[in-house]
Write a protein that binds this ligand. Sequence first.
Ligand SMILES: [Zn+2]
Length: 220
Amino acid sequence: GYPFVPGSSLKGVLRSEMERLLNGLGKHVCSPDKLCDPEKECTVCKLFGGREVAGSIRVRDAYTDSRRTMVRDGVRIDRKKRKAADGGYYTMEVVPRGTKFKGRITIENPKLGEYRYAKLGALLGTVRFFNATSKSLGGGVSRGFGEVLIVPRLIREITADDYLEGRYEGRELVSLIERDDLGEILERGELPMSPDDAVDRFIGDWKGYVEAMEDGGKEP
Ligand SMILES: [Zn+2]
């Protein structure tokens, strides 16, 4: 079949990036091995799902339309003996550098507290943070594989009215500006989207929400 990025792995990576970001700001988030009580979920559980609740962000599998893969051989080294470990030869199937995967992320109700687009801003802010810092997904990172950039291309809003009226594509909020230096821009942590003040506004909603959170404590 075609190579793909499982939605669950991308979601897991975004979740831990957001945990890292909020922890760094001294805000309360639960840890993956001890998720929140369903009655009082932290922001990360609200977005990505908790023990019982599904969360508002859904990430679909991302596919590529190329079947091209390569097989790489590797050797696991036994550190003590300083030679190839017994049975330490492995092969892994990888995609060529530059392979593009396309996927879709859905946010149900982008509002958090009083902030209309806080969840959307949270997602965009996390993507920005990911591109500017870790850029890694999946296994094989230590062996030089799994470097990725996440490029938001198009953001649409679909309201309940849209559904009722049969406008299932909703309304376009922002879209990617094609640039030759896209990679560079993304790695700097910018999201080249138009209108660019829209992205700032969404992230502004998220910042507003985070600033209103008590340090280490309650949600606003
Ligand atoms: Zn939690």
